[in-house]
Design a protein around this ligand. Sequence first.
Ligand SMILES: [Zn+2]
Length: 276
Amino acid sequence: MNTLRVGHVEILALSDGMLEFDLCNFFPTIPEGEWEPYEAHLHAHKVRFNLGSYVIRADGRTILVDTGLGPRPADTPDAPWGELLRDFTARGVRPEDVDMVVMTHLHRDHVGWNLTADGPRWVPTFPNARYWVSRGDWEACHRPDLQPQRYPNAPTCVWPLADLGLVEFMDGEHSLTRGLTTVPTPGHTPGHMSILVTSGGEQALVLGDAAHSPVQLEQPDWVSRADMDPDLTRRTRRALLDRLEREKITVAAGHFPAPGFGRIVRLQGRRYWQGL
Ligand SMILES: [Zn+2]
């Protein structure tokens, strides 16, 4: 099921491919033995992340949330990513249909297709879109102490958006359209945003990287090396999971197994991910 309906809104799941990491690399503080009960979520002792983007059709607009890791570099032709535009074609969506690009945060696997090189210039890959970034991440990706490690492709995929006059800022709970509101979920990055979709009495949340794996529903304190502020990540995730469960909000989780649509269910006092 690649499309989720939320009242009058349609959320289409797309993917730029996937990334795989050794457990000790991506979750360096979690002893490998603690993964034993979660073997079913692993692929040969590795964690595998879908590089999910979502195309939301709401209020007469076409909104792309996150733009993947970007084109495959020439020196790694076998990289398992770089698929987003191909997936656009496969799903019958044209880049020129997109009129808003919204980034949950500015890490490299969420901004990769923002721009396309045209000789020495950068042009927007989505030519009719304006690009929404959180002010917190915009500032963080310009900090010399953070940028090289945390936002390595900002100079090519993010900063030029300002020169092109395409940047829109979002701060706090920001209304993107009538049915789409940003929900600040800081910790993974300073300005991380999830996107709440509300329509016809139904709700769904595009999670961003407030969680990377369904295992984190059961182990909300497991943080990864990508979480910039571990303590804030934990607090945010716990509060968000409480809300998602309490309000029965459907979730679109870009790094969970594709298409990443699911709900939180509770069995014998524990939370689980139930994919749709
Ligand atoms: Zn990510």
